[in-house]
Design a protein around this ligand. Structure first.
Ligand code: F6R
Length: 606
């Protein structure tokens, strides 16, 4: 949830750190800090956004062999300058930044207090830093290994050590860390965008690995201290994709990138009008053995599951359950060997989803991950990985990765149905040709943005809203509602349309806004009845449906029309106006669209 960046061998160490931190601010933004090392360690920290840190650093140009930086999303200890990273050990021998949670920090702290160590912050990180310091009579790699063996929890640690000029040490467990190399310079980061302007060649660290990073050189070690060889990867994202360009916000840019991100995703998996998952090693042999499906994810990724459950049930006639990864982890339902577990995660680092994946794997299920970030933990640990080709997503609220996830899962559902013979060739070809038209249809919806901007004015002073729909349409309401909540701070509830009258209808009063998503012909009339029930109690109704659908006119005060498509593909289209609506409401309320309060892009703690 926090962001890490570091560099060895740059002429402008401070510049690289501050630039990297700005690119990582979406990971967490309650405080930030840097430490640079040339003869001695100099630490500068500040509360709040990176801008505050930049002001504090001012024109200070410190010649330095190496440096580390951190942007924090508080877990232990309030957001404050003292709790900001980097943290320094009591004996001033070790300085480090940390992502993750040290679960047994209290026990470690008590142990170190007894040894005479003193602590200044409320963070768990300070315990880890001092523990490494405690073991430093050994060489740094051995000292870090000793600390790793004692620490419980998750960590990506970037460490600089007294008298080890021009070296950054790394340790990783369950929190991402990458190392990039460019000639005489080396870069480290928690996320690719931080170092993308400097290098596109990276190593991905695995769990319980360490690294010694020097100028243009890196050595990796396992937990026994034995050297290990790792593969150098080339990043395919371009730097423009991680820059704002002509847009006011990353969220708007990413909404507008959806025709391209879906097109790229389709191009990867549709070859000559046939779905081809060879790049992920998924073939007929694997899919034909599947007799049930489970979909796991958190937040928007879970919402993808709610939509896709309906698609798989309808196309494949298989039992499907969708679960929050955070709930599945602690439940008692076991996966079976003939079960396909689809794990969905943009970042590929969400802790709950990663642990859910490990559990499903250990129970013998066939695991397929749908992931956006290449080389992320979930991508590497799943048996098969289907990448969404959305490019870097910087805005905290997901948009283009979400629709790319639905697209990939749709293709998986269609392919599963073909292999299981539950659809015929005609239906298969129809779906392929319709899905290929989705990018152009999204562009058409985006051309209507002014209408949605106008509609957003109705939400400016609103306290709460409701979104209702049935089956897949309900899945889209869940996502639309989350978008509105997270970036506009308007309380919004998504309901299966038939459920309002079982209690929640008591909240409807004059002027309450209720959005109805109605794309599935066989259930539209049912949702219309539910909208009529709330309209007669004073609600203002906004309907989302396909072009030419006259059925809903009487029930709605305002209608947003979607281009026509194959019925199961509507969720990709109906998500777009709800994304735009949330965006314009947030802008209209003067809020920080890209970095909503309390949130972080990648949730690497439980
Ligand atoms: C909402 C949002 C979150 C994420 C969730 C899972 O806009 O972005 O709800 O969907 O935190 O994240 P990933 O997909 O990275 O596992």
């Amino acid at each position: 949830m926090c962001g890490i960046v570091g560099v060895v061998g740059a002429e402008n160490t401070m510049g690289v750190l501050l630039d990297g931190l700005s690119r990582l601010e979406y990971r967490g933004y309650d405080s930030a800090g840097v430490a640079v090392y040339e003869n001695s360690v100099k630490i500068i920290k500040s509360k709040g956004k990176i801008e505050n840190l930049k002001k504090k650093v001012g024109n200070l140009s410190i010649p330095a062999g190496c440096g580390i930086g951190h942007t924090r999303w508080a877990t232990h200890g309030e957001p404050s300058e003292v709790n900001a990273h980097p943290h320094y050990s009591y004996r001033k021998k070790v300085c480090a930044v940390h992502n993750g949670i040290i679960e047994n920090y209290k026990e470690i702290k008590d142990f170190l207090l007894e040894k005479g160590y003193k602590f200044y912050s409320d963070t768990d990180t300070e315990a880890a830093v001092n523990l490494i310091d405690h073991y430093l009579n050994e060489d740094p790699i051995s000292a870090i290994i000793s600390a790793m063996k004692r620490i419980k929890g998750s960590y990506a640690l970037a460490i600089i050590i007294e008298n080890k000029q021009d070296v950054i040490y790394l340790a990783k467990k369950d929190s991402p860390l990458i190392v990039g190399i460019d000639k005489e310079k080396s870069y480290i980061a928690s996320d690719i965008p931080a170092i993308l302007p400097y290098t596109d060649k990276v190593y991905y660290m695995d769990n319980m690995e360490l690294a010694r990073v020097e100028k243009g050189k890196v050595e990796f070690f396992d937990i026994n201290g034995d050297p290990i060889e790792k593969e150098l990867h080339k990043i395919s994202w371009s730097i423009d994709e991680a820059e704002l360009g002509e847009y006011d916000h990353f969220m708007l840019k990413e909404i507008y990138e959806q025709p391209a991100s879906i097109l790229n995703t389709l191009k990867r998996y549709i070859k000559e009008d046939t779905i081809d998952f060879n790049s992920a090693g998924i073939d007929k042999n694997i899919l034909s053995k599947i007799n049930k499906v489970r979909i796991l994810g958190c937040g928007s990724a879970y919402h993808v599951g709610v939509v896709i459950q309906n698609v798989i049930e309808e196309l494949c006639k298989l039992p499907v359950r969708t679960e929050y990864a955070s709930e599945f982890r602690y439940g008692s339902s076991e996966c079976s060997k003939d079960e396909l577990v689809i794990v969905i995660s943009q970042s590929g680092e969400t802790a709950d989803t990663l642990f859910a994946l490990r559990l499903a794997k250990s129970q013998g299920a066939k695991t397929v991950a749908v992931v956006n970030v290449v080389g992320s933990s979930i991508a590497r640990e799943a048996e098969h990985t289907l990448y969404t080709m959305a490019g870097p997503e910087i805005a905290v609220a997901t948009t283009k990765a979400y629709t790319a996830q639905i697209t990939v899962c749709m293709l998986l559902a269609i392919e599963l149905a073909r292999v299981k013979n539950s659809i015929n060739e005609g239906a298969y070809s129809k779906m392929i040709s319709e899905i290929k038209e989705i990018p152009d249809k999204i562009s058409k919806i985006l051309e209507e943005n002014k209408k949605i901007e106008e509609l957003s004015l109705k939400f400016k002073n609103l306290q709460h809203a409701f979104m209702i729909g049935r089956r897949m349409d309900y899945g889209i309401c869940l996502e639309g509602s989350l978008k509105l909540k997270e970036i506009s701070y308007i309380h919004s509830e998504a309901y299966p349309a038939g459920e309002l009258k079982h209690g929640t209808i008591s909240l409807i009063e004059n002027g309450t806004i209720v959005i109805g998503v109605m794309t599935q012909d066989e259930i539209i009339e049912k949702t219309i009845s539910n909208l009529t029930e709330v309209k007669s109690r004073g609600a203002y109704i906004i309907g989302i449906t396909y072009e030419g659908n006259a059925m809903i006119s009487d029930a709605c005060d305002k209608i947003i029309y979607l281009p026509k498509t194959f019925k199961l593909l509507y969720p990709i289209l109906s998500a777009i106006p709800l994304q735009l609506l949330a965006y314009y409401v947030s802008v209209g309320r003067g809020l920080n669209v890209d970095k909503p309060r309390n949130l972080a892009k990648s949730v690497t703690v439980e």
